[in-house]
Design a protein around this ligand. Structure first.
Ligand SMILES: Nc1ncnc2c1ncn2[C@@H]1O[C@H](COP(=O)(O)OP(=O)(O)OP(=O)(O)O)[C@@H](O)[C@H]1O
Ligand SMILES: [Mg+2]
Length: 232
């Protein structure tokens, strides 16, 4: 089943008199349980594509379908609902809320969607155990290492049980040991839970570990290579 489908997706940014065509008509389909990366040089449109697929921004033309549902004609509220129920996000700089503890950060997406505090806490604690941060639940982000913060962010992305996790440069701010830990963890979650992962990255440490690489250049897909890596 297709989790994501983009149809001739275009994005043009305007600032002042200049126009920048960030995406020039991208057609991309992502299937259930894929572990896939969009890569390409700086400015090639990776983050733009990620933001459009994540329904964080609207295309100039074309459309994004999430699990067969077109997002084009939706109201802001309906888009948020579709986003919150289908997609989890992981960012380069972790984006945790500094005044909240680890467990409170993970609870937040559930509370936004109306889950009770008791249930949200229970599910958040379960996820934090899964990312091996049981002993850090009450810590605030600034008391944690980068790798630990990114694991909290992964728990937060997963707590709503999304079909797709979108991660824009998730390993860029991590040393190699932590980058590998994070990649191992995401791969395990991909295999155990069947969540698809879409990375936007130019990090070879991550690119070497995905099943499919979509090469973006000047806002267009110039190559799409699928190779299933055997386990071990
Ligand atoms: N808000 C914006 N306003 C104007 N232009 C933008 C905006 N966001 C991105 N762009 C332009 O769109 C193009 C694609 O940018 P994008 O951020 O998607 O690239 P990227 O591949 O993610 O790059 P990087 O690897 O540096 O993160 C670039 O030319 C960029 O300057
Ligand atoms: Mg980017």
């Amino acid at each position: 089943m297709k989790i994501v489908e983009t149809r001739t997706l275009r994005k043009t940014y305007h600032f002042g008199d200049t126009e920048v065509e960030a995406l020039g008509g991208v057609d991309l389909s992502i299937e259930k349980e894929e572990f896939i990366a969009v890569w390409g040089p700086s400015g090639s449109g990776k983050s733009t594509l990620c933001n459009l697929i994540g329904l964080l921004d609207s295309p100039t033309s074309g459309e994004v379908l999430i699990q067969g549902q077109s997002s084009g004609g939706l109201s802001d509220g309906e888009r948020s609902e579709l986003r919150n129920s289908s997609i989890g996000f992981v960012f380069q700089d972790f984006n945790l809320i500094p005044v909240l503890t680890a467990v409170e950060n993970v609870m937040l997406p559930l509370q936004v969607s109306g889950v009770s505090k008791v249930e949200a806490r229970e599910r958040a604690e379960f996820l934090l155990e899964e990312v091996e941060l049981k002993d850090r639940m009450g810590h605030r982000p600034q008391k944690m290492s980068g790798g630990q913060q990114q694991r909290v962010a992964i728990a937060r992305a997963l707590v709503t049980e999304p079909v797709l996790v979108l991660a824009d440069e998730p390993t860029a701010n991590l040393d190699t040991r932590n980058a590998n830990l994070i990649i191992d963890l995401m791969r395990k979650i991909n295999q155990d839970r069947g969540a698809a992962f879409l990375f936007c990255t130019h990090d070879d440490r991550l690119l070497d570990r995905v099943d499919r690489k979509v090469h973006l250049q000047d806002g267009e897909i110039i190559e799409d290579i699928c190779e299933t890596i055997s386990a071990g």
